[in-house]
Design a protein around this ligand. Structure first.
Ligand SMILES: C[S@@+](CC[C@H](N)C(=O)[O-])C[C@H]1O[C@@H](n2cnc3c(N)ncnc32)[C@H](O)[C@@H]1O
Length: 348
C-alpha cells in the first residue's frame, strides 16, 4: 500500500545475484533519469538502501522498470537481531499491513541456513500476534515482508515491486516470430535501455536493431522506439516482432546507421555487430562501431547517453569516442574466449 501523502522514504533494492555491480548501476541510472532526488545511503552485498525525497505511484512505476532488481521494498524500520520482538513496535507496520489480508516473510542474508527459515517463522509469528486479521500465504501473498540481515541488525521492509514475477521467458529470442541466433535476451536488453537514462515518452534508438530486442523493451517501458537495420528482411522481421507484442510507439527503418535517416533522439543503446552479424557491411566491425558512434553524436544533445556493447578484444578506450566521455564501463564474461564490454558514454 502506498502512503496517501507522498513523503520522504527509504527504499530497499534487492538485486538478483548474477551481476550486482550492473544491478547497482541500473538502479542509479534509472533514478538519475527521473525527476526524483535521491541519495544512496548504504550498499550491502545484495541490496542498497536509497533515500528518496518522496515516494508515489510514479516512482513505483519507474522502479518497476529495473531488470536486475528482484524486489523493491519500503523500509519500515531496523531492529536488533537479539530483540526480534521489537518488530511489533515499528509504527509504520500499521501503515503497510492494516489494509492487507495475506502476507509472507522472506529473510535475506542468512545463506539459506536454518536460522533464516526460523527467523522467517518468528517474524511471521510476531506479525500475526499484532495483526490478527492477517493470514500467511506463502504462494501468493498480498504483501511480502522482507527481513534483511545487516550486521547484528535486521532491516524490515515490505515489497512494492516484485520483479520475480516478470515475464522474461515469454519474450526470449526463440519465442519471437522472427528469430536469429545473435539476438540478445530481454533482461540484458532492458538493462541497456535503462543504463541510457531514458525517460518515459522520450525517443530511443537502436542503430543495429536485428530482431528488435532493445526496441521491444524500450517500447514496453513507455518510450517511443526507433530501430535501424541495413538488411531489409531483418527490418521486416523486427517489425513482425514488435507487432506480435502489440507495440505501437515504434518504428523500424531500413538504412545504414553510418548515415542515419533520423535527426534527433534522446538516447541510444546497441549491441554492436561482430562475427557473423557483420558480414553485410563489408567493413571491419570495430571501425563500423566507431563510425556509428561518431555519426550518432549529431543525433544526441549534450549530456545524453549512448550505451554500447562490444567485445573486449576491440580494446576501445575513452579516446576512441570523440564527442563522448565514458561514464561507466562493465565487463561481462560470456565464455572463455569472449568478454563483452558494456560502455555508457555521455555526449559532451
Ligand atoms: C548483433 S545484430 C543485432 C542483434 C540485436 N541486438 C538483437 O537482439 O536482435 C547486428 C545487426 O546489425 C545489422 N547491421 C550490420 N551493419 C549495419 C549497418 N551498417 N547499419 C545498420 N545495421 C547494420 C545487421 O544486419 C544485424 O541485424
Amino acid at each position: 500500500m502506498i502512503p496517501k501523502s507522498p513523503k520522504k522514504a527509504n527504499l530497499i533494492s534487492i538485486f538478483s545475484g548474477e551481476n550486482v555491480p550492473l544491478a547497482r548501476s541500473e538502479l542509479r541510472a534509472v533514478l538519475e533519469g527521473s525527476d526524483y532526488s535521491f541519495e544512496i545511503l548504504r550498499e550491502e552485498s545484495r541490496f542498497s538502501i536509497v533515500e528518496v525525497e518522496r515516494f508515489d505511484d510514479q516512482l513505483r512505476r519507474i522502479l518497476g522498470r529495473l531488470a536486475y532488481c528482484r524486489y523493491t521494498a519500503i523500509q519500515l524500520g531496523i531492529v536488533p537481531l537479539r530483540k526480534l520482538q521489537t518488530i511489533a513496535k515499528i509504527w509504520r507496520l500499521e501503515d503497510s499491513l492494516s489494509g492487507m489480508r495475506t502476507f509472507s516473510v522472506r529473510a535475506y542474508g542468512f545463506k539459506g541456513s536454518p536460522t533464516g527459515q526460523s527467523l522467517e517463522a518468528n517474524v511471521g509469528k510476531i506479525i500475526l500476534e499484532r495483526f490478527s486479521h492477517l493470514k500467511v500465504d506463502l504462494t501468493n501473498p498480498e504483501v511480502k515482508v522482507l527481513a534483511l540481515k545487516m550486521g547484528e541488525d535486521l532491516l524490515i521492509g515490505y515489497t512494492i515491486n516484485d520483479q520475480t514475477k516478470s515475464t522474461w521467458h515469454l519474450r526470449r529470442p526463440r519465442k519471437r516470430v522472427f528469430f536469429y541466433p545473435s539476438a540478445i535476451f530481454p533482461k540484458m536488453a532492458r538493462l541497456m535501455v535503462n543504463l541510457s537514462r531514458i525517460r518515459e515518452g522520450e525517443v530511443f534508438l537502436d542503430p543495429f536493431v536485428g530482431t528488435g530486442s532493445l526496441t521491444i523493451e524500450a517500447s514496453l517501458m513507455g518510450m517511443y522506439s526507433v530501430g535501424i537495420d541495413v538488411i531489409r528482411w531483418i527490418c521486416r522481421g523486427a517489425r513482425y516482432n514488435l507487432q506480435d507484442l502489440n507495440l505501437s510507439h515504434c518504428e523500424v527503418l531500413n538504412a545504414d546507421s553510418r548515415n542515419p535517416p533520423i535527426r534527433d533522439v534522446h538516447c541510444i543503446a546497441t549491441d554492436f555487430p561482430y562475427g557473423r552479424s557483420t558480414k553485410t557491411s563489408n567493413t571491419d566491425p570495430r571501425n563500423l562501431a566507431l563510425e556509428v558512434i561518431a555519426s550518432s553524436a549529431d543525433l544526441l544533445r549534450p549530456g545524453r547517453c549512448f550505451v554500447g556493447m562490444y567485445p573486449k578484444e576491440w580494446g576501445l578506450t575513452d579516446s576512441d569516442f570523440e564527442s563522448f566521455e565514458e561514464m561507466e564501463r562493465h565487463e561481462i564474461p560470456v565464455h572463455r574466449s569472449l568478454t563483452r564490454v558494456l560502455s555508457v558514454m555521455k555526449r559532451i
